[in-house]
Design a protein around this ligand. Structure first.
Ligand SMILES: [Zn+2]
Length: 376
């Protein structure tokens, strides 16, 4: 089992699938799954290749979700080993995507084969939802596959996303939800003029500073047992002509909310506008909504996962909603229970990304244990 996970991970790393390229990774996965009884559906949307593979017609549906694309390597000469030539070194496997998340994809494949070989008559269905657009703009990936599935009323009961959730040891942390994300881009309009004649100008920096101060000090909510309090951060402010004697004509700024299940995007937008409107300036604001928060706080999927991790590693896993967004945000609104479990995330997106080879084999055993508990 362990050699096969390693060999498949290496084959996937050697395919240079920088987002949104798939570079034949899904083909490799399809060729592995088809002989096991999976029906393969390729869904190409614009520049993105997606795969929906399913074995079985009935409920419940257990789905492995993940992505074949990787972030760019950065300067290849800074890597100890070439980023797209998988290299084993002192028990680690090096290469772009080793941890995020080609190792997980290999573990899913091997776990599935081991499970269906042992239980050819398993209950329900097993599915794979794989995209090449998770690291990119996430427009033509998971979200469009979900739209397609929803349109034909094809639902998942449980979904395991293979994102690298672990902190120091495989299985020590499972993500059972994620915060929501909302971005605002604002332009504050002033009137440009000479600094010596401020009565003939309107300074957008002076006008907006108290509003930003109020936004930064506002208590949005107190969070809850599963989520920390909602946070507001200004990420960019730009204004000024470069000259020391000119009052600028406008100011642009960008801010982001990471929010809990105690508020919605609509409530946050209303509250921001009611704060801004208290101050004396004109503005325009564009909102980008990056996903609602979601939470799978209990249920069979969480239980099976905790139990399988305990069984394979002896570890008591921690449930967490921290960290950035993932494609789980597109899947959870369909009503599926969603968790994320993958290898240690210490080197993801970095130079010299690597994964512990033993961890990959353990991960495959944990995945198989989850299938066993839910579908045997
Ligand atoms: Zn990832």
């Amino acid at each position: 089992m362990s050699c096969e996970v390693l060999a498949l991970t290496e084959e996937l790393i050697n395919r240079q699938s920088v987002t949104p390229e798939d570079a034949g990774c899904q083909q490799l996965m399809a060729e592995y799954l088809a002989p096991l009884g999976f029906e393969i559906e390729t869904m190409v949307f614009e520049d993105t290749t997606n795969m929906w593979a399913r074995k079985g017609k009935g409920d419940p549906v257990f789905c492995f979700a993940g992505h074949t694309d990787v972030v760019p390597s950065g300067p290849a000469e800074k890597w100890t080993f070439p980023p797209f030539e998988a290299t084993q070194h002192e028990g680690q496997l090096y290469g772009r995507g080793a941890a995020d998340m080609k190792g997980s994809l290999a573990a899913m494949l091997v776990a599935t084969k081991a499970f269906v070989t042992k239980h050819p008559e398993h209950t329900g269905s097993i599915a794979f939802l794989i995209t090449s657009d998770e690291e990119g703009p996430f427009i033509n990936g998971t979200t469009r596959v979900i739209d397609t599935l929803e349109a034909r009323n094809e639902k998942m009961t449980w979904c395991l996303v293979g994102e690298p959730s672990s902190t120091t040891l495989v299985g020590d942390v499972v993500k059972n939800g994620r915060r929501g994300s909302l971005t605002g881009d604002i332009v504050i309009k002033g009137v440009q003029g000479h600094v010596a004649y401020p009565h003939l100008a309107k300074n957008p920096i002076h006008a907006s500073a108290p509003a930003f101060a109020e936004l930064a000090q506002t208590h949005w909510d107190s969070g809850n047992a599963s989520f920390p309090p909602t946070s507001f951060q200004v990420s960019n402010i730009n204004s000024g002509t470069g000259a020391g004697n000119v009052i600028p004509g406008d100011l642009t700024a960008c801010f982001n909310f990471r929010f809990s299940t105690e508020v919605t995007d609509k409530q946050l937008i209303e509250r921001v506008i009611s704060i801004l409107d208290k101050y004396d300036f004109d503005y325009e604001i564009d909102w980008t909504f990056n996903g609602q928060p979601f939470l799978t706080d209990s249920g069979k999927l969480v239980e099976a996962t905790q139990d399988a991790i305990k069984d394979v590693t002896g570890r008591q896993t921690e449930l967490s909603t921290a960290g950035g967004t993932s494609d789980g945000r597109f899947i959870a609104p369909t009503g599926a229970q969603v968790i994320e479990l993958g290898p240690v995330n210490a080197t993801i997106h970095k130079i010299d990304e690597n994964v512990n080879i033993k961890d990959l084999a353990e991960l495959a055993k944990i995945y198989q244990g989850i299938l066993q508990r839910l579908l045997a």
